[in-house]
Design a protein around this ligand. Structure first.
Ligand code: ARG
Length: 460
């Protein structure tokens, strides 16, 4: 017998470098739990259709469970010579239970085995990512509720645009996450299909029951085509696309958090436990967590591109290229989980500095549109109102005065349509409260939107 499970047709041992170069065990051992579950389902099915005896299945089951416990306890000796997680476990099984262990691979290939393993593994990770994403959303919605009436400047082009409520701004982030969640669930449907039984590429001559293994493993159904089953990794690419969008959104949040913690904005405070200091500048409190999340979005998108490039020129069916799917996929999962955890822990602790936000909203003529709308309500065409307010703003810039700080006489220089009641619309609270429709920034609308957002998370 040769050391390699496939050694029969070879006349010399594998080159030592090639052995290391082609091995995946260093990184695919993390699939052991799902690999064992896949093997158990396969063996149980073989017993059901009579390819294995019940005693053989029982021996395999006992052996695999012992191996699972050994690995979990750190007592398993992974061998590069045995290349990957599959052959390591299979060899250990034969060591444990003898010749019956050699029957496990009947009617199966590592090609359908690995395709099954990654789908099972990814499905579990999707579920834990979904839980963490929900936790982040709930935290975000909670802060939005608390800050439903807190006013800050809203920006376009990063220039003061119109006042908005802080709660409304946070709920904008939540909308992005809500769509990310639904993309994740959509991806899960296509992950949750069973390739087991496709064997190497063409199927197998044994009377296998693919519906049965699919059911045992909690898959929705067996996949339709054996060639496709062992070769495409589009489900992983789709997950990578979900993750890249999620991280792009988190990177946008991060960018704003970093900006807002600066002395120049001073809109929010992050708790000390989420920040770090400087080894030279004693005054520093740096927002490292958001900065890192922003930075890590780059590598996740990089992994998506890696997976796309990995797939794009592969002929059917399985090619060893596909072994390269694991590291980008695993790192994407790890990174997304870490970033979600950091944000789910940190976001509820964000403290709004309401005075500074409000003060900032008073600068930059944020209620100029309100003045124009006021004139329109008094009968002036919008374009003329725009012109009148533009002139008032130019005056304010020259005099260093906000619209709300001008006297009625000063304002009337630009239009005699302006009356005493104008000051109601020029206040910040008047401005935000007037945007009182679904999707608008009025505190009342923000509170209702937060309730709806919460209900969507609760019904998952
Ligand atoms: N380590 C391989 C992978 O990750 C498992 C499948 C290997 N199949 C093969 N025919 N060499 O894709």
């Amino acid at each position: 017998p040769t050391i390699k499970p496939w050694g029969g047709r070879f006349s010399e041992p594998t080159d030592a470098f090639v052995e290391r170069f082609t091995a995946s065990v260093d990184f695919d051992q993390r699939l052991y739990h799902h690999d064992i579950n896949g093997s158990l389902a396969h063996a149980k099915m073989l017993a059901k259709v009579g390819v294995l005896s019940d005693e053989e299945y029982l021996a395999i089951q006992t052996g695999l469970e012992e191996i699972r416990a050994d690995i979990a306890a750190g007592k398993f000796n992974w061998s590069v010579t045995l290349e990957d997680v599959h052959m390591n476990i299979e060899a250990a099984l034969t060591d444990k239970i003898g010749i019956t262990g050699k029957k496990l691979h009947t009617g199966r290939s590592r090609n359908d085995q690995i395709a099954t393993d990654i789908r099972l593994y990814l499905r579990d990770e999707i579920d834990s990512i979904a839980t963490e994403l929900s936790r982040l959303q709930l935290g975000l919605i909670e802060v939005a509720q608390r800050e439903a009436s807190t006013i800050m400047p809203g920006f376009t082009h990063l220039q003061t645009a119109q006042p908005v409520t802080f709660g409304h701004h946070l709920l904008a982030w939540n909308e992005m996450l809500q769509r990310d969640y639904s993309r994740l669930m959509d991806c899960r449907k296509r992950v949750n299909q069973s390739p087991l039984g496709a064997a190497a590429l063409a199927g197998t001559t044994y009377p296998i029951d693919r519906h049965y293994t699919a059911e045992l493993l909690g898959f929705e159904a067996p996949t339709e085509n054996s060639l496709d089953s062992v070769s495409d990794r589009d489900f992983a690419i789709e997950f990578g696309a979900f993750a890249s969008l999620l991280m792009t959104h988190m990177s946008r949040f991060s960018d704003e958090l970093v900006l807002w913690t600066s002395a120049q904005f001073n809109f929010i405070e992050l708790p000390d436990r989420f920040c770090t200091g400087s080894s030279i500048m004693p005054q520093k409190k740096n927002p490292d967590v958001p900065e890192l999340v922003r930075g890590k979005s780059g590598r996740v998108t990089g992994h998506l591109i890696s997976l796309l490039m990995l797939m794009k020129s592969q002929p059917l069916a399985y090619n060893k290229d596909n072994q390269e799917d694991k590291e980008p996929l695993f790192d994407t999962i790890d990174t997304v989980k870490d970033c979600l955890k950091a944000y789910a822990d940190m976001v509820p602790a964000i403290k709004a500095r309401k005075e500074y936000m409000e003060e900032a909203a008073l600068r930059g003529f944020s209620t100029a549109t309100d003045l124009a709308d006021y004139l329109v309500r008094k009968g002036m065409p919008f374009r003329d109102a725009h012109e009148v307010v533009g002139k008032s703003v130019a005056y304010g810039v020259a005099q260093n005065k906000d619209l709300s700080e001008m006297t009625l006489q000063e304002l009337q220089q630009f239009s005699d349509t302006i009356e005493q009641d104008v000051f109601e619309v020029l206040t910040l609270i008047g401005s935000v409260s007037a945007r009182d429709h679904i999707g608008g920034t009025a505190p009342k609308q923000v509170k209702a939107a937060a309730e709806r957002a919460k209900a969507l998370v609760a019904q998952r």
